[in-house]
Design a protein around this ligand. Structure first.
Ligand SMILES: Nc1ncnc2c1ncn2[C@@H]1O[C@H](COP(=O)(O)OP(=O)(O)OP(=O)(O)O)[C@@H](O)[C@H]1O
Length: 261
């Protein structure tokens, strides 16, 4: 399998001076973050620290108070509608709860981004959707089912298939393994890693799951108090003496996930 090595000099995402504030609550204050092309970047931090808001700011669902955000070299803060659409076609997003349309079948869910962005005959979109469904490890008979007829793990895979609908170069995954049992979560991690290696994707992965961090991430960014407190490989981040980082990685769950006694 081909593995595209993350590149230091090519950035998929460049965030500078991101400030988000809701009322008097400052969520981000001049936050900077780089995500390199081809890497899986795990984003961690205490609950409520602004991981999802960061993701939503990058994909344009939240308008920050201030920010410079570039994706694949395009400044999204300056981009006109057309330039934005070009970039939007290059990414796929899997939201925290999957956010599948409950009244549509799995296949129709996967076709939804195609209908919005591609001008293709219906039959072709159906075929492409079925390919994506099989690509994420679902059986073909999942295609006509409603999300409510699937298990939690299968729904996650369906949501991933929809995020992959437009052959993205960049995937945003917001806590994709939340709510899965350890085996289901482990299988999902393997799926993400192998899709990334095969397709050369860049991934922005928000997670609380230490096993996922360990199994799939090339680098980790730790959010705390409105900024990126530390960024680097697992080893580099673990060496940071900040109390939250030490507690996170050296507490019983951290030690178990890292195979330490
Ligand atoms: N649209 C909004 N309006 C007002 N406040 C918001 C909005 N979205 C998020 N917040 C607040 O911003 C803060 C950060 O939220 P966010 O969901 O990004 O945290 P998180 O780090 O992803 O947390 P968790 O790990 O628990 O999912 C929270 O205090 C949240 O209540």
């Amino acid at each position: 399998m081909m593995r595209i090595e993350p590149s230091d000099d090519r950035l998929a995402i460049k965030v500078r001076n991101l400030t988000n504030q809701f009322g008097t609550k400052v969520v981000h204050k001049d936050l900077d973050l780089d995500v390199r092309e081809g890497e899986i970047m795990g984003v961690i931090g205490p609950s409520g620290t602004g991981k999802s808001v960061l993701l939503r700011s990058i994909v344009g669902l939240i308008k920050p108070k201030h920010a410079n955000i570039e994706v694949f070299g395009t400044d999204l803060t300056e981009a006109d509608q057309e330039a934005r659409r070009v970039i939007e076609r290059k990414w796929g997003v899997m939201f925290q709860d999957g956010a599948l349309f409950s009244t549509l079948s799995v296949r129709e869910n996967v076709m939804a981004p195609m209908r919005e962005h591609l001008n293709l005959p219906l039959n072709l979109m159906r075929e492409l959707a079925c390919m994506k469904i099989r690509m994420v490890g679902l059986e073909a008979d999942a295609a006509p089912k409603r999300p409510s007829d699937l298990s939690g793990g299968m729904r996650k895979r369906a949501a991933l298939a929809r995020a992959m609908a437009l052959d993205p170069k960049l995937l945003f995954l917001d806590e994709p393994t939340a709510g899965l049992d350890p085996i289901g979560a482990g299988n999902f991690d393997l799926l993400v890693r192998s899709l990334c290696d095969a397709l050369g994707l860049t991934v922005f992965l928000v997670t609380h799951d230490l096993d996922s961090l360990n199994a799939v991430c090339d680098r980790i960014a730790v959010l705390n108090a409105g900024q990126v407190l530390a960024v680097g490989t697992m080893e580099e981040v673990r060496a940071n003496p900040h109390p939250w980082i030490q507690e996170y990685f050296s507490g019983p769950r951290g030690r178990a996930a890292l195979g330490l006694s």
